[in-house]
Design a protein around this ligand. Structure first.
Ligand SMILES: [Zn+2]
Ligand SMILES: [Zn+2]
Length: 280
């Protein structure tokens, strides 16, 4: 498994690979711009070349761009859907410029209307995204399922992919903290196996593109989305031991989005905790 982390992209996106490498990362995830603002930069070719050179210099494997948190593809608010769709397309264009593998998005909320009402709208947005002239993967992240959040179950993600005619560019990001609080146990190797079986049944393991490895501040089934440092939360070390040693994913990127020991974001200590679990 290629263990990496989410880092800041401010002050020049080409500095992100160096930041990740300094913590011991092998793979990197960034936001393009602020996760809480619609405005995002469009990277120039020159920035893309500098970024690629930095990836090479630091020996990093893959890049993912996380789309801002504001996106909602199933909302009845047409303007919000339009902005979300455009933001996703811009993120994919940025991926292509940087040579990133894909853009990871949250699906947003159906705002009490129910998943079935939201599904055709999500489909229309994603089909527009998929029709854009971009090559990067279109990656949907599972949610913690709180309130009306879409994507809290593997079934919902599977239904969305099916509604998009099983488009080959559609992929899934599995966030361990979100899966856990939305009700999927993974605290033991057997639990992890069972979770993957459920993922495979509903989505297909071949759709899994990247893992977000986060412990959870809240217990299973609470639907709360608060990440904790590896081993310090309710998920615990046994889960991560099973995951980092899962040979099916030896070529897969896994990204930390934990608070960090000093609350400054994912850090070397958390990466070292994961590396310490890898069987020699
Ligand atoms: Zn996310
Ligand atoms: Zn995540």
């Amino acid at each position: 498994m290629m263990l990496g982390l989410h880092v800041r992209s401010g002050g020049g996106v080409e500095n992100a690979p160096g930041r990740a490498a300094a913590e011991g990362g092998e793979t990197v995830q960034i936001f393009a711009g602020s996760p809480r603002m619609w405005k995002q930069p469009t990277y120039s070719r020159e920035q893309g070349e500098k970024f690629a050179a930095a990836m090479e210099e630091h020996g990093l494997a893959e890049t993912f761009i996380h789309v801002m948190y504001l996106t909602s593809y199933g909302t009845a608010d047409e303007e919000h859907r339009r902005k979300s769709t455009q933001a996703f397309i811009t993120a994919l264009e940025n991926c292509d410029t940087l040579g990133a593998r894909g853009a990871v998005t949250h699906l947003g909320s159906h705002k009490g209307e129910g998943f079935e009402a939201a599904l055709p709208r999500i489909r229309d947005c994603l089909m527009e995204v998929l029709a854009s002239d971009t090559e990067a993967e279109v990656i949907l992240e599972n949610s913690a399922g709180a309130g009306d959040l879409i994507g809290g179950t593997f079934q919902e993600l599977g239904r969305i992919i099916e509604a998009c005619d099983n488009h080959p560019c559609l992929k899934v990001c599995l966030d361990t903290a979100h899966a856990f609080t939305s009700g999927y146990d993974l605290r033991t190797a057997e639990d992890w196996e069972q979770l993957l079986n459920q993922f495979d049944d509903a989505i297909g393991l071949d759709r899994l593109s990247v893992l977000h490895l986060n412990d959870s501040m809240h217990d299973i089934g609470t639907y709360k989305d608060r990440h904790e440092n590896i081993g310090d939360g309710y998920i615990g070390y046994e889960a991560f031991r099973a995951i980092v040693n899962d040979t099916r994913f030896s070529d897969m990127s896994a990204v930390l989005e934990v608070p960090g020991i000093e609350n400054k974001g994912p850090d070397k200590e958390n990466l070292d905790r994961l590396k310490g679990l890898v069987n020699e």
